[in-house]
Structures are given as structure tokens and as C-alpha cells.
Design a protein around this ligand. Structure first.
Ligand SMILES: Cc1cc2nc3c(=O)[nH]c(=O)nc-3n(C[C@H](O)[C@H](O)[C@H](O)COP(=O)(O)OP(=O)(O)OC[C@H]3O[C@@H](n4cnc5c(N)ncnc54)[C@H](O)[C@@H]3O)c2cc1C
Length: 392
């Protein structure tokens, strides 16, 4: 995070100022709460409210709904800075702000925006996005959850799993098949279902390896009746909304991965400079320097690429292949960074009193969530083969 970085020049001055404000907020308000949030399995509502008041949540949302009207880059900055301090909190915000907020801004009716978007931006509510089902998440266009029309209502049946924020969400964006066949984008509809709707229930929070401060659970839908004005956008178009947002989601994920890898770098460098072994500082040994150099390289490459791709998306250009490259590369770099950080700390790397152990658990999530590494490779190969492997 010095000027000696290819990434530095890719930010506007006001974005660098914003980054500083967010970083200071994270150090002051979030870092002291990390252990408590990890134990409680959820972030405190008061913290979300504070983030809302500081303009950190709605930084890129329109001002008329309480947002800051900033660039997409401001949202990516918040993702990196949050993940640097606590990847679980970042996961909760990823769903509330990167996913649900963005869908509402793009497709919500005025009433839906007032009812759901405004409180999300203010940090007064949370939301979930319900796509993955017990029989599989990668094949997202083949849900068994269905909805059928009954007068001016829809009746939804099915179940969803691994749903971030489900234990704390006030509203659930539920994807269901309303027509057409499996694996077809046409025929999926997105419904906004409020928590107290009869027939909707949430399972016990999962006890999980990663992102322990972000609650995750199953969601069950049994004859859930919602009025047709709870459809987000158009009937049968929901999967297109999900697909068109994937590139941006992968780029935001790249920002989160950079934050985790950056945290690993900070932990590893501090320890290596402090610890003496065989009468010398760890940092003086070349085998340790090799690890630090590789972590630093992963951070730098991930950050330059996500900055660059945010700019690409801000110009409205397509970046499907590059976004998958970033998601794959940055998640692997974060996993490697966390592994090497633990190694540098030796026995202390395995102790919860240092953040390395948590970073090791959290980094792994990002090779699975929001599209696994295998799925990214399938996309990269498909797009590369389509272009004949030629340089663009
Ligand atoms: C902590 C956490 C939070 C999550 N939050 C949400 C959420 O909020 N909302 C939501 O909808 N989902 C959420 N998910 C689900 C996540 O998106 C899925 O776990 C992910 O998409 C993978 O789906 P799956 O777990 O069903 O694995 P599967 O799809 O069953 O895949 C299993 C394995 O097979 C591989 N695989 C699959 N297809 C192929 C293929 N064609 N070729 C080669 N290998 C293949 C996969 O890469 C993986 O390694 C969350 C998951 C976790 C762990």
C-alpha cells in the first residue's frame, strides 16, 4: 500500500482519500470487534448502522436512496479494506451491498427500492440471495425450487442451502424456475420474500470452517405466497439478471481476495522482522524472503488486475474471461499467502491469538464461493478456445 505499486496510479485522488477513510474506520471500529464477531457468528447490527452512517455501505448507490453516488471502484475499495480486517464481515457486506443492493438499484420498482434498498444502505437491515440448492450450486440454472402463478400471487416451493446472512436477513432474493427447462437461462424468476412470510423458514446456522463471523444457513420455502409486485424485474428473466452480474461479482471477489492476501502480507512481514531464530531475524533468511516475495507478488498482481477490471466495467465493456482469470488467480494467491503466512509464524501460525490461522480458514472459502475454481477454469478455457487463443 505504498506509492511503489503499479496499482497506485489507477485510483483517482478522491478514491485514494475514500480508501484512507475506510481503512481508518476498519482499524478503529472493526478490528477491536473481530474476535467477538467470530465467536458470535454474526456482525453486530450496531456496526452495520455505523458503516451506513459513515457512507461506507452505499458508497456507489444513488444519492436519492441514501447512497454516496460514487464509482464502482469505491465499492471495490470497501471490499478490499473490509476483507483485510475481517473476511466474514466482508462476506455479509458482499451479499447486502455488492449483490442485493445492485440488483435492487438496477431492477427494483420505486416501492421496492424504498422498502428494501434504503434500509440496506443505512445498515438497518440485511438480505440474502438464494440460488444454491442442496443438490448443487455450480449448475445454477437447474434449480428444483419452482413458483406457480395463483391469481395475482405466486406460490414458491423448494429449498436453498449455504445462504449467507439467512439467519439475519429481513428479505430474501429467491431464484425459482417459473417456466422452461433446466440449464436454460429463460424461465427463472427472482422474488423478494420477506422474512415473516408464512412458509419461509431458516435452518440453524452452519458451523463452518471459513467466514465464521458471517452467518450461513438453509432456507426452506413451503407454499410461500407472495404478491406479484414482489417479483424483481420481469417474470422469466431472473437468471439473465444473475448472469449479467457475474463479471462484476468476480471482480469484487478479486478485491476481497486482495484484502485477505494483503492481511497475510502484513502479519508475515511484522512477524518475520520481529522474531529471532538462530540469533538472526527471520526476515534475514532467504527462504523466508522467498515466501514474502511471493505473497507480495500475489497481492500486487491481484490488486492491479481488479483495479483495471473495475475501470473496464465502469466503461461498460465486457470482461468475462479476464474476470474469471482474476477470480481464479486472486483466490489461489490468497490461499497461498495464508499458507505461507502460517508457515512463517511457525507454531504461532496455528494459534488463534494471531490472525494467520483465521486468514488461512477464510482464504479457502474464495476458491469455492461465488463460483468454484473449476468453474472459472471452464469459463477461461471456453472463452480462450472461442477466440482461437489469439492475443487481443
Ligand atoms: C460460506 C458459503 C457461503 C455461501 N453463500 C451463498 C449465498 O449467499 N447464496 C447462494 O446461492 N450460494 C451461496 N454459497 C454456495 C456457493 O456458491 C456454492 O457452494 C458453490 O457455487 C459450489 O456449489 P456446490 O457447493 O453445490 O458444489 P458443486 O456444484 O456440487 O460442485 C462440487 C465440486 O465439483 C466441481 N465441479 C462442478 N461442476 C464441475 C464441472 N463441470 N467440471 C469439473 N468440476 C466441476 C466444483 O468445482 C466443486 O469442486 C455459499 C457457499 C459457502 C461455502
Amino acid at each position: 500500500m505504498t506509492n511503489d505499486s503499479a496499482a497506485h496510479s489507477l485510483l483517482e485522488e478522491e478514491e485514494r482519500d475514500f480508501q484512507l477513510v475506510v481503512r481508518q474506520f476498519m482499524e478503529r471500529e472493526v478490528r477491536p470487534l473481530v474476535d467477538e464477531m467470530e465467536r458470535a457468528g454474526r456482525p453486530p447490527q450496531e456496526l452495520l448502522k455505523k458503516m451506513g452512517e459513515q457512507g461506507i455501505l452505499g458508497c456507489y448507490a444513488p444519492e436519492e436512496y441514501g447512497g454516496g453516488g460514487g464509482s464502482l471502484m469505491t465499492r471495490a475499495i470497501v471490499a478490499e479494506e473490509t476483507a483485510r480486517v475481517n473476511a466474514g464481515l466482508d462476506a455479509t457486506l458482499f451479499v447486502n451491498i455488492s449483490l442485493v443492493t445492485r440488483h435492487l438499484i438496477k431492477r427494483g420498482t420505486e416501492e421496492q427500492k424504498r422498502r428494501y434498498l434504503v434500509p440496506l444502505i443505512a445498515g438497518e437491515s440485511s438480505a440474502s440471495i438464494c440460488l444454491t440448492e442442496p443438490h448443487g450450486g455450480s449448475d445454477a440454472l437447474s434449480p428444483r425450487t419452482t413458483a406457480r402463478k395463483d391469481g395475482d400471487h405466486w406460490v414458491i416451493n423448494g429449498s436453498k442451502t449455504f445462504i449467507t446472512n439467512a439467519p439475519i436477513a429481513d428479505v430474501f432474493m429467491v431464484f425459482a424456475r417459473t417456466s422452461g427447462e433446466n440449464r436454460r437461462a429463460r424461465g427463472g424468476t427472482c422474488f423478494l420474500v420477506e422474512r415473516d412470510t408464512p412458509g419461509l423458514s431458516v435452518g440453524k446456522p452452519f458451523d463452518k470452517l471459513s467466514l465464521r463471523s458471517s452467518p450461513t444457513a438453509e432456507v426452506f420455502l413451503e407454499n410461500v405466497r407472495v404478491h406479484e409486485n414482489q417479483v424483481l424485474g420481469e417474470v422469466d428473466e431472473g437468471f439473465y439478471y444473475m448472469l449479467e452480474g457475474l463479471d462484476l461479482e468476480r471482480v469484487f471477489e478479486g478485491a476481497s481476495n486482495t484484502g485477505i492476501a494483503q492481511a497475510c502480507l502484513e502479519v508475515a512481514v511484522e512477524y518475520a522482522q520481529d522474531r529471532e531464530v538462530f540469533g538472526e531475524r527471520l526476515a534475514s533468511y532467504q527462504m523466508i524472503q522467498d515466501k514474502i516475495a511471493r505473497i507480495a507478488t500475489g497481492v500486487e498482481m491481484s490488486r492491479v488486475m481488479f483495479y483495471h477490471l473495475i475501470r473496464t466495467l465502469e466503461r461498460g465493456e465486457n470482461c468475462t474471461r479476464a474476470a474469471a482469470v482474476l477470480k481464479l488467480y486472486s483466490s489461489e494467491a490468497a490461499v497461498e499467502a495464508s499458507r505461507e503466512a502460517v508457515q512463517i509464524l511457525g507454531g504461532y501460525g496455528l494459534m488463534e491469538e494471531y490472525p494467520a490461522a483465521r486468514l488461512y480458514r477464510d482464504a479457502k472459502h474464495h476458491e469455492i464461493g461465488a463460483g468454484t475454481s473449476e468453474i472459472q477454469k471452464i469459463i477461461i478455457a471456453r472463452e480462450t478456445l472461442k477466440s482461437g487463443g489469439k492475443a487481443k
